[in-house]
Structure formats: C-alpha cells, structure tokens
Design a protein around this ligand. Structure first.
Ligand code: HEM
Length: 209
C-alpha cells in the first residue's frame, strides 16, 4: 500500500482514536447496564436494561468495531509501522479481529435473546444475564490493554520487522556507496521516513505530528 501523506495520516489517526476509544466507552456503558441487569430484582428495570443494551448493540457495536479495525489497518499499512513489523501493532490487529467477531457472532445474538425475553414478559435466563455481564468485563479489560499498548508501543520489532529494517539499511548503504563513487558530495541518501527504532518511534513520531 502507498504511504499516507502527513495530513491523511493525521486525519485517519483522529478517526482511529475516536472510534476505538469510543468502542471502549460503549463497553463501559454496557458494563453498567450488565451489572444492573444481573443484580436488579425489578422486572421493569431489567426490561429497560436489556432493551437499552440491544439498542447499543444494534446501532453502535458493529460500526465502531469495524471502523477501529479498518482505520487501524489503513494506519498500519499506510505508515512505516507496518502490520506485522511491530509486535504491539500485530497483537492489536489479532485482538481487534477476535473482539469484532465475538461481538458480531456472540454478543449481539445474546443481546437479541435477552431483549426478546423481556419483550414477551419472561425474565431473562440467569445464564444469559451472566454472559451479558461477563462480555463487557472481558472486552473492557481488552480495550484498556490495547489503549495502553497503543500509547506505550512496547516490545519492539517482530522477526519480519527486523528483516525489513536490515534490508532497508543494506539498500541505504549501497545507495550511499554508489553516490560516493560517482563523486557526489557526502549527503545521506536515505532520509528519515518516520521508521524509527521501536524504543524511540513513539517519541519521534509524536514530535513530528
Ligand atoms: C480496540 C482496538 C484499538 C484501540 C483501543 C486502539 C487505540 C489506539 C490509540 C489510542 C492510538 C494512538 C496512539 C498514539 O498516537 O500515541 C492508536 C494508534 C495506532 N493504532 Fe490502534 N487501536 C485499536 C486497534 C488497532 C488495530 C486493529 C490496528 C491495526 C490493524 C491498529 C493500529 C494502530 C497504529 C499503526 C497506530 C499508530 C498510528 C500512527 O502513529 O500513525 N490499532 N491506536
């Protein structure tokens, strides 16, 4: 994929942070509702809780999770971060893919089932309310973890990232040697493209934005 221009990268980063952290906020709301649904003795409150959860499920879960995934993919493939070059990016990709699938294939059907039960006046089965409490606990922990690794960018390069960097350095050294042989002045042939060592990438990158 072609590298993003600076304004495009900044714009997509804003979309990425808004959607992915918005997904985290939505999960916090689902957790409050899930706790209330699992603990209330009032059938009216329970009905209101699961109807509200279904509304969030219908309107927000899939758009937010897909936007976080797609904007993250564009940022990875369109910048020197790469998709499989840095461990924190690669792990985020797989975790987000798993969370998106679990939301679509497990959480939403459970929300629909709970809302259908309260609509018919039946209470929600204990197992379903437990599931609808456990799901936001697990996903909230996951999104907090992903936010933390996004900001801290830990663990350095993957094996693929190390190979990529070595290849770039070799290509850079060859170009520099070629330029020197041709008698040109000693200017560096390889310019900084933002692909910094993992330990300094976040600092250098943040400073450039
Ligand atoms: C719930 C899921 C996600 C959350 C909470 C999240 C959160 C964030 C946050 C807060 C940042 C900004 C960090 C900073 O600028 O210091 C960020 C950046 C980034 N994220 Fe995510 N992200 C998620 C999913 C993904 C996915 C699935 C990918 C890749 C496939 C990804 C790739 C990236 C990349 C490459 C950056 C750095 C962009 C740049 O500096 O140009 N993210 N993410």
């Amino acid at each position: 994929m072609r590298q993003l221009t600076r304004p495009a990268r900044r714009g997509i980063l804003v979309v990425h942070v808004v959607t992915s952290v918005g997904w985290l906020g939505l999960t916090l709301g689902l957790l409050v509702l899930g706790i209330t649904g699992a603990t209330t003795a009032s059938p009216q409150t329970q009905a209101a809780v699961y109807r509200s959860m279904k509304l969030f499920g219908d309107w927000l879960i899939i758009p937010l999770s897909l936007s976080a995934l797609v904007s993250g993919l564009v940022l990875s493939l369109g910048t020197p971060w790469g998709l499989a070059r840095h461990r924190w990016v690669y792990l985020k990709f797989w975790l987000t893919l798993g969370a998106t699938l679990a939301s679509a294939l497990s959480l939403r059907p459970a929300l629909n089932e709970a809302a259908a039960s309260v609509a018919t006046g039946d209470g929600v089965a204990a197992a379903t309310s437990q599931d609808l409490l456990a799901a936001p606990i697990v996903s909230l922990s996951l999104y907090v973890f992903m936010t933390a690794i996004s900001v801290l960018k830990p663990w350095g390069l993957t094996a693929r990232g190390r190979r990529h960097r070595a290849a770039r350095r070799t290509a850079g050294a060859r170009t520099t040697a070629g330029v020197r042989e041709a008698g040109a002045p000693r200017t560096p042939a390889v310019h900084d493209t933002g692909d910094q060592p993992p330990s300094t990438a976040s600092i250098a990158d943040t400073a450039k934005r």
